[in-house]
Structure formats: C-alpha cells, structure tokens
Design a protein around this ligand. Structure first.
Ligand code: BG6
Length: 479
C-alpha cells in the first residue's frame, strides 16, 4: 500500500547506517512501488557536496548493499531523482536556511537523526526554532538511547523541549523484524496458546540472540557499551515484553506500549549469581575481544546470560533466561517456550521417551515456528512415544510473500511516514528498561569483575551453562 507523499531528511546521510540500511531500504520501497512520486529524501551531513555527488554516493551504497536481483536500473534512477542534499552545521547556522527552503510544509515531514546522540539537542532545537519541523513533523532517533537512566532522561528531556512524544520515533530495529511482530499475531490472533501462556503451564522461557561476528571495526563504540547496553537493555528487553505482556485492548500504539511498560516495571532485580558475563578469546586468525576493543585491560562483556523473574500474577514462578553474545557458534535468534508436564501420564515410562512441549519462535535465520509435540512412534512396536516437530518456515508457508521478508528498517521507516508509533519505543519504556539495567551494570563496576573468557565459535562461557544446570534445565543448542 503506497504511503502519502513525504519529505524525509536524513541527518548523518553520509554515515554507515544511512548507507547500509536506511538508503538501500528506501530504494527497495521505491522498487516495491510504495513511495509515491513527488516524495523527497534530503541527505544532510557535514560534508560539502552537491546533490549530484550525493546521488553518486547513494548509487554506490545501493550497488553494495542491495542484492543484484533487486537492482532495477529504472527504479534506481527513479529513486536517485528523489534525492537532494544539504551540507549542514549541526551546531551552527550553516545550511539551515537552505534546508528550510527545501522542506515542503504541505508534505509529511520526517527527520531522521542518524547521528551521535550528543547532537540530538542541537538538531531538535534548530529544527524547532527555525520553524522547519512543525507540530506534525516526525523525529526518528536511533539507539543508543542513553547509556544509563540519567542520560536517557536527559535525552528525553532534550527532545521533549521541542517536540511532543507523539512526534518521536525511537527505533529498536528488532521491533521491525517480521517474526518479532509475528509474536503478537501468534499470541493474540490464535486461541491455542494464550490459555497456556502463564506460570501454571509454562516451565520457563529462553531467549537467545547469538551472533558469529566480533566487535572488530566498532570496538571503540562497543567497549563503552558491552552486551548489556548494546543488546539486553533494548532488543532483548523488547522480545521479553512481547512474550510476557498482557493482551493489549487494541493493536494501537499506546495500548501496546502500556502493556510492555508494565512488564518492564514488574521485572525483579537480578542477583549477581543469576547473571554471567563473558568475553571472547581469539581463535586462529580471528582476534580476541581484547585485541578488537583495542584495550588490553577491557572488562567489557561481549556475552551475557541471565535469569530473571517477572513479578506479576501471570508469571510468578516462571523464570526467563536470556543470553546474547558475539563470536558464538552460529548466528541464530530464537525464543523458546517450554511447557510443563501433563498433570498425569497414562503411559508407562518404559513406553517412550517423554519430553516437554516446546514452542520455538525463530527470528533468524529461516524465520518460522516449531512446536515440539509427542506422538506415537509409527510401526507395530506398540504404544511408544516420540517427540516430533511441527515445523513451519514462513518462507515456505507463504511462498513468494514469505520469501519477501522486508528488512526491519524498511518497515519501520514506512511506519514513520504512516504516523504509526506501535513499533517504536516510548520514552517511559526506555527509561524503565534503564532503571532495571543500571543496578546490574553498577554492580559489575563496583566489584570490578572481569568477564569470563570463552572460546570463539562455542556457545559461551561455562558458567552460563551452570546458570541453567543448577535449575535442572539446559540451554537449547546454538546451531
Ligand atoms: C545492533 C547492535 O543494535 O544489533 C549490534 O548494536 C548487533 O551489536 C546488531 O550486532 C544485531 O542485529 P541483527 O539484526 O543482525 O540481529
């Protein structure tokens, strides 16, 4: 469905995110016929260049980051013709009159801050004071949204000084992933799972986001962040919220975000013995974390595993285990919900190998769902039980449409243009997430703990295995 005509200004248009994700994503939307003629995409950055040079930069980005089968010369030209450029001084006066002249008040106006958060205040102030961004304009901001509660509050206050919360779109790209949204469909468009979705029937939940990449190339950012700030406070917390929240009364931005916020507020503090930090070692030609981070003494974690509890009626008694790390065995993200035993077994133990029902929601790769069920082993051998998967890959189930899973950024940018905030974090959510994360990080800093080393290409540090073993449970394999 095409969106209405818009002017989108991208601050930081020469940067990595713009070139890798935002601009190629917008191109793919042009290719899909979703962006109407007459829309403008205005790059804004420090570098002096003209629109023609900017278009050439973007042509290069498309060639590099869009798969060759999606490069259609006509669509590329159509997209490049929408582009314009303004050299801008975020902290001064340069370029702002020029920008004002280009942004048309009669189109939808969106301003994407793909810049360091230290510049948010300068941009917001100039856009507002100079009358470039009016009360209907949309402001899009990227993570990291603060590095603790105090800095997140300060950022929220800076934006709130110029714009209303309904104008602010805080991106967490995990919320744009197809399967993450599907979580809400699975839970709330089916009767099957919801009656069992509570501590009475769910033994535990595991959320895994495993990556094979290290932090080489972005060590200076990452070293000040670590897995807790980089992944847990935002992406994993969002996944946890979508799994644990109560049904919103309607699929409406504030109704959904109100329910997510309640989950974060109900999260209990995590005791130090329920959390494990790790740091990867080098292997072969792959550098270890300490080389990648360029600080041989770094205590920053590239891996976190933790057990947490949500103190409310639905979840008290069901632990949630979260883990994420770099340089692990495989790139795989999934949520696994393990159900409890049936109340009574009519089958003797000898007759089979009973295992729990597990619902696995695969985020990547190969988005889909897998429900592990007990059935009778086929054959004449009597009543023997065996566990089999009911497996669904979205790509296979939905044919062409399933194969066309759009990139998270594309979807989120289109939601900005449509004015739909459902998949964006509200200011209070971000603050609540920091309020839960801060004491954990402060504890590490106070104790000056070193993360536990783990070998690259494994599933993480041994203590993380113990975190579950001591509860009589085990992590699912990373593969
Ligand atoms: C980013 C983190 O937000 O998410 C990165 O800063 C991480 O460290 C990335 O690699 C993971 O995203 P995805 O979409 O590849 O799972």
């Amino acid at each position: 469905i095409p969106v209405d005509r818009f002017d989108l200004v991208i601050f930081g248009a020469t940067g990595d995110l713009a070139n890798r994700k935002i601009l190629p994503g917008l191109y793919r939307r042009v290719l899909a016929g979703q962006i109407p003629e007459g829309s403008q995409i205005i790059g804004a950055a420090r570098s002096e260049m003209d629109a023609k040079e900017f278009r050439e930069q973007v042509r290069g980005a498309i060639n590099e980051h869009v798969s060759p089968s999606k490069i259609d010369p006509e669509a590329v030209e159509q997209f490049l013709a929408m582009l314009d450029y303004v050299a801008i001084d975020a902290k001064g006066d340069g370029g702002w009159d020029d920008l004002k002249a280009k942004v048309r008040p009669d189109a939808i106006n969106a301003f994407y801050f793909s810049v360091a958060p230290a510049l948010f205040g300068d941009l917001a102030e100039r856009l507002h004071m100079r009358g470039i961004a009016g009360p209907d304009a949309r402001i899009v901001v990227e993570k990291p949204f603060g590095r603790d509660l105090a800095s997140a509050r300060a950022l929220n206050a800076t934006l709130a000084a110029h714009f209303d919360e309904t104008q602010i779109y805080r991106i967490d790209h995990y919320l744009g992933k197809e399967t993450v949204q599907n979580l809400m469909a699975v839970r709330f468009a089916n009767i099957l799972f919801e009656p069992l979705w509570n501590a009475q029937f769910v033994d535990h939940v595991q959320i895994t986001v495993a990556e094979t990449v290290g932090v080489g190339g972005r060590g200076s950012y990452y070293d000040k962040s670590g897995a807790m700030r980089d992944m847990v406070q935002n992406h994993m917390m969002q996944l946890l919220c979508l799994i644990a929240m109560e049904p919103p009364y309607h699929f409406d931005p504030d109704a959904v975000r109100d329910e997510k916020l309640k989950v974060i507020r109900a999260l209990q503090p995590v005791a130090p013995n329920n959390i494990v930090r790790g740091q990867y070692l080098g292997r072969g030609k792959d550098a270890g974390y300490l080389e990648d981070s360029e600080d041989p003494e770094s205590k920053t974690e590239s891996y976190v595993a933790l057990k947490c509890h949500i103190a409310n009626w639905r979840w008290t008694g069901t632990p949630f285990y979260l883990r994420t790390g770099k340089r692990l065995r495989a790139r795989t993200s999934e949520i696994a919900i393990t159900f409890k035993e049936p109340p009574h077994s009519i089958f003797d133990e000898a007759e089979g190998d009973w295992r729990e029902n597990v619902l696995v929601i695969r985020l990547q790769p190969n988005e889909g769902m897998n429900l592990k069920m007990m059935i009778k082993e086929p054959g004449p051998g009597g009543m023997r039980l065996v566990q089999v998967p009911l497996d669904m890959s979205f790509a296979e189930a939905l044919g062409e449409e399933g194969a066309e899973i759009t990139d998270a950024y594309e979807r989120l940018i289109m939601d900005v243009i449509r004015g739909n905030q459902t998949l964006f974090m509200r200011g209070d959510e971000v603050e609540a997430a920091w309020a839960w994360t801060d004491p954990i990080i402060e504890g590490w800093e106070a104790r000056a703990d070193r993360p536990q080393p783990y070998d690259s290409g494994t599933s993480g540090p041994d203590d993380a295995l113990m975190l579950m073993h001591r509860d009589g449970r085990r992590w699912r394999e990373i593969r």
